[in-house]
Design a protein around this ligand. Structure first.
Ligand SMILES: Nc1ncnc2c1ncn2[C@@H]1O[C@H](COP(=O)(O)OP(=O)(O)O)[C@@H](O)[C@H]1O
Ligand SMILES: [Mg+2]
Length: 348
């Protein structure tokens, strides 16, 4: 039986109206943080959402969890349109969709014990009534913490342990989808792998769907079924993990992969071929015309400034065969790099 679609996002948009100083005047402007993205996540499936800082990943996370409201597009969860539900209508969503935040220091209330932090969501949703303490201890055990530490405060735990508390809080209400927004970026490298292993174990044991946000393709490599690469509010490449890591078609994805050293070793790329991205992501207030990546792209031609490349399969022929195989691969570049050897692998 094939898994059902849990989350479906269509043409999602979040424009923030702001005022900025131009010379001596204050003028109105719009930050196009998320500018028309579409993707879906099936039950038990993991989507990696990857891109440099400022590309719109956290904004997307906040929209999907409905901590923020979109200015365009739709979000469906379990077949229900949740795009503009009011807070009091979001009760089921608040249970089914949970978030793990980047910073395990600021996301936990320092004045509450771990017991209080973990039992609050149980009470809010009326779960495990009268047996909250047992459930909290079970949750602590599940994330590899000592159940006897139930009366301790967040400050008494290390960074990695605090992130485990954040994970336990997300799991408390038995969600269907977890959005993890760079959950290990704030941790020491030595701790990152432990937390990643814990997340992978929980995902498999509890059959959770995940959206895993990262600024680095290396982090999500072993974790994701599919990957969406974001650049300046848009998805520039989307596909099954194998396609993204072994046959990236968009120059931005290639640059991100090139920056992840462990992957380069695996792919046999010599250091001299390393692609270095120059400068920062441009401002989402006034993004470049045509292809947004063109100002940093070594392949850019005139057409790239004039026409925005749509997110499509690289060639129609590949499209039909790849789709029959169930292997999705979309990219938005006027000059994508199509690996013909991988195409030939797909039986006609
Ligand atoms: N509330 C807001 N008001 C104005 N601009 C915002 C707001 N939230 C985010 N932005 C801007 O939107 C862009 C995308 O931000 P964000 O989603 O946090 O990116 P990422 O998580 O990929 O680093 C950034 O340029 C950021 O400054
Ligand atoms: Mg972010």
């Amino acid at each position: 039986m094939s898994a059902q679609t849990l989350l479906k996002v269509t043409d999602l948009q979040r424009h923030f109206p702001i005022r900025e100083v131009q010379g001596l005047r204050m003028v109105r402007a719009t930050v196009k943080a998320v500018d028309g993205i579409s993707f879906s996540v099936k039950e038990g499936q993991t989507l990696g959402l990857v891109g440099e800082s400022g590309c719109g990943k956290s904004t997307t996370s906040r929209l999907v969890t409905r901590l923020d409201e979109p200015t365009g597009g739709t979000i469906e969860f379990g077949g229900r349109d949740i795009t503009h539900l009011k807070e009091h209508e979001l009760r089921d969503i608040r249970r089914d969709v949970q978030m793990i935040f980047q910073d395990p220091y600021s996301s936990l209330n320092p004045r509450q014990t771990v017991g209080a932090i973990l039992s609050t969501p149980l009470r809010v949703h009326g779960l495990h009534r009268g047996k909250e303490k047992a459930r909290v201890q079970e949750l602590l055990e599940l994330v590899g913490l000592n159940p006897e530490h139930i009366n301790r405060y967040p400050s008494e735990f290390s960074g990695g342990q605090r992130q485990r508390i954040g994970i336990a809080r997300a799991l408390a209400v038995e969600p269907k989808l977890i959005i993890a927004d760079e959950p290990v970026s704030a941790l020491d490298v030595s701790i990152q792998a432990q937390v990643m292993n814990l997340l992978a174990k929980l995902r498999n044991e509890l059959d959770l769907a995940f959206i895993f946000v990262a600024h680095d393709l290396g982090v999500v490599r072993h974790f994701c079924d599919q990957v969406a690469v974001m650049y300046l509010g848009k998805i520039v490449e989307f596909g099954d993990k194998k396609k993204i890591y072994e046959a990236p078609e968009h120059p931005y994805t290639q640059a991100l992969l090139s920056a992840a050293p462990d992957i380069n070793v695996a792919r046999g790329i010599a250091p001299k071929e390393r692609i270095r991205l120059i400068g920062d992501v441009p401002s989402p207030i006034d993004p470049p015309s045509g292809c947004r990546f063109r100002t940093r792209c070594w392949k850019a031609q005139d057409i790239c400034a004039q026409e925005e490349p749509p997110l499509v399969t690289a060639t129609a022929d590949v499209a039909s065969r790849a789709f029959r195989e169930g292997g999705v691969h979309l990219q938005a570049c006027h000059f994508p790099e199509v690996k013909t050897d991988l195409v030939a692998e797909v039986p006609a």
